[in-house]
Design a protein around this ligand. Structure first.
Ligand SMILES: [Zn+2]
Ligand SMILES: [Zn+2]
Length: 696
């Protein structure tokens, strides 16, 4: 592996011609230019250059050098923009990998990665010519043949996986370790020690966090120790500040970068460690082009740099844990149970046994709320954000109609004539709605789907004297509303808070002794093969919010499917049980990680135009089957094409299932540009999402 990189860096030793990606036009193509004699010493990989192109002057990025070119009449590069390139050779290689893997142009990827630069900034904050800091090596006589100790013998005796972590850091080679720990502070302690060690070796570190609040939590702790030696890329950072921080990095003035997904690209040239905190988070996926997942990119970067990678989570992604089982990743389990388990009660309510007609709040939950109010504690009632679509459920037995092909819940839709239909979002299968449950024969089968507003009004009817507030996107008309609702709750003025996922941000759970999860089913039955995994992760996080325990607390989960493996695993707090059941299902139905999914979406204003584009695309995909160099794949949703209305647009979606993604992508890219420019434009847009995290 390492040889491959060196080869890549050295193979262009003779700089006669440069391979350039043009940054101002969306071509997925590399152009050749001559390097004039006077630029030869200053040009390097990643340099931005000014070049003549089709009678105009434009900007490009140098991605390679050649001793020979078979293109005739090459033009000269006019100028070099940056004194020192903003990208390192390995980051360039990484962007190339992204463009191949995620099927987007190299130009788009480079433009995404490189901070936008104004001409004026170039003079003001240019890279100084100071040579990179020498690594702070230990004095000669201090070098012992023994590997250095990061954790003490007692610490390792108490938690044996620490030894594994220490070995990885000492080996300084590419190796991924999945750290499973439910205690943020003990994870933090490991990070601090390992970063310290990495810096001592003269190396640099990148730490990723999924959200702004996790980022500031980490930043607060890291800044204390590393002060000016680190840069933080927060959500609000503008291009100018980003550019300045990149210059600092290129000048070797800082050695730690902390940020969200796009910080995986920061141009350290002596990178020694990457840490991805809460690796399971779906927010590591970029939802605009290039649609990369920072966790996967971190894995690729660690491989290219030949350095250790820490992935850490309390509830690892199924993909990552599968890699542990396949012996590609190591695992360090640091979970500690202890006292909190005894004080935290988890109750599952089987809603099929509820007598009340409405079946929104069970009798048990109602009683628990009364008890909390009497004890002057606070209550949080949690409801999934309003689903994209609803589904049908039998309130007698909990049966949910599912697609016979895909096993995901069928979505309930009303057509233009207000006739009900069940549709599979994966493969387009349509099923007639019956009013009798297929499993138990009862007539109590109907669409489920409830908003927070309805829940709030039910609660108000039940608890007329309580102070009740609602926290969801609809209830927040002004920016201030959110802060006001939080403040009121955190000061103890609110008794019951009803809300969506938003309650996980900023709510102080110290005085909360009851969390009610109103309907686990609305989460479990999103039309997405990951719905079980996402529910498990989300509800584990909800349960974790009661972590600081000094008095008894309770989580009540209402569900029509108490036997579901996700619910059982939540109750027992047993990740392994969840994983084993989930991976069996994925294997049986050929879902990731056993295959790759590519989501293809066409969006346009007119139905006929969208349909026509979809047919072009399908025939393009079908033509790939004749290409011997392509891989086998399945195309779902193309036979029974479903056109959805999405706001003012018409949308059509297909899924491709493919095992050998690399091979498929190569074949797909061959004539893709031509097909794209011929049939698609701003009015009929095509988006391609490899390894999507959201299915609709
Ligand atoms: Zn289906
Ligand atoms: Zn039934």
């Amino acid at each position: 592996m390492n040889n491959g990189i060196n080869e890549f860096i050295n193979m262009h030793s003779e700089k006669k011609y440069a391979e350039i990606v043009i940054l101002e036009y969306n071509f997925d193509k590399i152009f050749h230019y001559c390097i004039p004699q006077d630029l030869k010493d200053r040009i390097s990989l990643g340099s931005r250059v000014t070049i003549p192109f089709r009678g105009k002057v434009t900007t490009g990025c140098v991605v390679g050098f050649l001793a020979e070119s078979d293109v005739k009449n090459l033009k000269d590069i006019a100028q070099i923009t940056d004194k020192k390139p903003l990208l390192t050779p390995r980051v360039i290689r990484l962007t190339q990998w992204i463009s191949n893997y995620y099927l987007c142009s190299w130009e788009k990827t480079l433009n995404y990665v490189i901070p936008k630069t104004r001409r004026a900034w170039l003079k003001k904050f240019d890279i100084t010519d100071i040579s990179p800091q020498k690594p702070t090596r230990l004095p000669e006589n201090d070098k012992s043949p023994e590997k250095e100790i990061i954790f003490s013998a007692e610490e390792i005796k108490e938690k044996s996986p620490l030894k594994e972590i220490e070995n990885i850091i000492n080996n300084k080679k590419f190796q991924t370790i999945l750290i499973r720990g439910n205690d943020f502070n003990s994870r933090m302690k490991i990070y601090l020690r390992c970063i310290r060690k990495t810096l001592k070796e003269g190396k640099q570190a990148i730490i990723l966090a999924p959200t702004e609040s996790h980022l500031s939590e980490l930043a607060g702790l890291l800044v204390k120790e590393f002060k000016d030696n680190m840069v933080v890329f927060d959500e609000k950072i503008d291009q100018k500040a980003k550019y300045q921080k990149w210059i600092k990095i290129r000048n070797s003035q800082v050695n730690i970068a902390l940020g969200m997904r796009s910080s995986i690209f920061v141009p350290f040239d002596r990178l020694g460690l990457i840490i991805v905190e809460r690796e399971h988070s779906s927010l590591y996926k970029e939802e605009r082009s290039p649609r990369y997942n920072a966790r996967e990119v971190a894995l690729k970067r660690a491989e290219l740099e030949n350095i250790p990678l820490f992935l850490s989570s309390e509830t690892p992604s199924v993909e990552s844990y599968w890699n542990v089982w396949e012996n590609r990743f190591l695992e360090a389990e640091l979970n500690s149970g202890g006292e909190r388990e005894n004080l935290l009660k988890k109750t599952i309510i089987d809603m099929t046994r509820e007598k009340s007609k409405k079946k929104i709040i069970s009798y048990k939950l109602q009683q628990a709320i009364s008890r909390s109010l009497k004890n002057k504690r606070q209550v949080v009632l949690f409801l999934n954000k309003r689903g994209f679509s609803s589904f049908m459920i039998c309130s007698q037995c909990g049966h949910i109609p599912k697609c016979p092909n895909c096993n995901t819940s069928l979505s309930y839709h009303l057509d233009v004539q207000k006739r009900a239909q069940l549709i599979c979002h994966n493969c387009g299968k349509r099923v007639k709605v019956t009013d009798v449950c297929a499993k138990c024969g009862s007539k109590e089968i109907r669409p489920l789907g409830m908003g927070t507003q309805k829940l709030e009004s039910e609660i108000r009817k039940m608890f007329t004297k309580a102070e009740i507030r609602r926290l969801d996107r609809d209830s927040l008309i002004k920016d201030n509303d959110y802060r006001k609702i939080l403040e009121e709750f955190n000061q103890g003025n609110t008794d019951i808070l009803v809300g969506t996922q938003m309650v996980l941000k900023g709510v102080d759970f110290n005085n909360v002794d009851l969390i009610g999860i109103i309907s686990a089913d609305t989460l479990l039955n999103l039309p997405d093969y990951r719905s079980e995994e996402k529910t498990f992760q989300l509800l584990s996080e909800v349960i974790s919010s009661l972590r600081e325990i000094s008095f008894p607390k309770e989580v009540i989960i209402q569900t029509f499917n108490p036997e579901d493996h996700c619910i059982v695993a939540l109750k027992e707090q047993d990740y392994n049980y969840f994983y084993q059941k989930e991976i069996e299902l994925r294997k049986e139905l050929d879902y990731p990680p056993f295959t790759h999914i590519i989501k293809i979406m066409i969006l346009g204003e007119e139905k006929e135009a969208v349909k026509q584009r979809a047919e072009y695309l399908i025939s393009y995909l079908e033509s790939l089957r004749k290409d011997k160099e392509s891989a086998e794949f399945k195309l779902l949703g193309a036979v029974d094409m479903v056109l959805w209305k999405s706001r003012n647009n018409i949308k059509v979606q297909f899924l491709i299932k493919v095992k050998d993604l690399e091979r498929f992508n190569k074949a797909f890219k061959k004539n893709y540009d031509k097909m794209l420019s011929k049939h698609f434009d701003q009015r009929n847009r095509l988006t391609i999402d490899v390894d999507p995290v959201r299915m609709i």
